[in-house]
Design a protein around this ligand. Structure first.
Ligand code: ADP
Length: 280
């Protein structure tokens, strides 16, 4: 990104890589051959962006695709924990980092795999965060991947925007929860994608409802969902609506996300793959 970045590629006359959705793919490490880079974004934190990233990765991998996750949520990295991966990042002997692998072969790169104590907070300035994320792309030997999913920092402020601009993103998925402000939050994330000229592959609504274990009634804890209207307003596909599910929470806490049986994001993963393959 240029020092004179106006944060609005549509009206900017500078010629910088951000205009084409971040740095070029060929700035990747020579040990990497990544076909599709998909960012998972949210207008705010805690809505389940990391969960959606992890579950999409699991379903894509179950469908036979080679998948990696770049954990760009540097100050709140939760991907290694969800997969129960605690290996140190090692070098490949050629100056690049080798991403540790999960039990089913998903490659992961996260700042948490580099900290001596994973409970230590990462109190870094934005430029250091985006530089680190950029290095996760340029200095990691990802090998051959069909999909690299990016768990982006939450929000649409300076740090998420810079991270978004630092990577060669082909498409993004917006995650939200059913709340009053959702329209505005989705709009901000959509505008960010628009400014970067990154296609939105669809919306995922998380925590849509909770199912009563006794009578099966769906209780809408955060109120009525308006996600269908929002999807229609923006012309996006609604990829999935995920309930609050205590089993999901406990599998994440135990690092067992790959063993999860629920199929909340199976169709969404199929749709993402279909869109990427058809170039939409
Ligand atoms: P974000 O990445 O948006 O900050 P996370 O994916 O880390 O959010 O989710 C926050 C917490 O909520 C995690 O502990 C996660 O396991 C839990 N969680 C997210 N979605 C669900 C869900 N649908 N059901 C149960 N727990 C969930």
């Amino acid at each position: 990104m240029s020092e004179q970045c106006t944060r609005d590629c549509s009206s900017c006359s500078l010629n910088c890589p951000s205009k084409n959705g971040g740095i070029p793919k060929d700035e990747a490490n020579k040990g990497s051959n990544v076909k599709n880079v998909i960012a998972i974004v949210s207008g705010k934190g805690g809505v389940g962006k990391s969960l959606v990233t992890s579950m999409l990765a699991v379903h894509l991998s179950r469908n036979g695709y080679r998948v990696g996750i770049l954990d760009a949520d540097v100050t709140g990295p939760s991907i290694p924990k969800a997969f129960g991966v605690y290996d140190d990042v090692e070098g490949n002997g050629d100056g690049a980092m080798l991403p540790p692998m999960t039990a089913t072969g998903i490659k992961i790169m996260s700042v948490n795999l580099m900290l001596e104590d994973e409970t230590r907070p990462v109190v870094w300035r934005g430029s250091l965060i985006s530089g680190t994320v950029r290095q996760f792309w340029t200095d990691t030997a990802w090998g051959d991947l069909d999909y690299l999913l990016i768990d982006c920092p939450p929000g649409t402020g300076d740090v998420p925007l810079t991270v978004f601009q630092s990577l060669p993103i082909d498409g993004c998925v917006i995650v939200s929860s059913p709340q009053e402000l959702v329209s505005m939050i989705v709009k901000k994330a959509a505008n960010m994608a628009d400014m970067m000229k990154v296609p939105v592959l669809g919306l995922v609504e998380n925590m849509s409802f909770v199912k009563c274990p006794d009578c099966g009634k769906e209780i809408k804890i955060f109120g009525e969902s308006h996600i269908e209207d929002i999807a229609e307003e923006f012309g996006y596909d609604l990829l999935a609506k995920i309930p609050i599910d205590t089993e999901v929470a406990s599998y994440v806490d135990k690092g067992w996300i790959e063993m999860i049986k629920c199929d909340y994001l199976e169709a969404a993963a199929d749709m993402v793959a279909k869109k990427c393959e058809s170039g939409k």
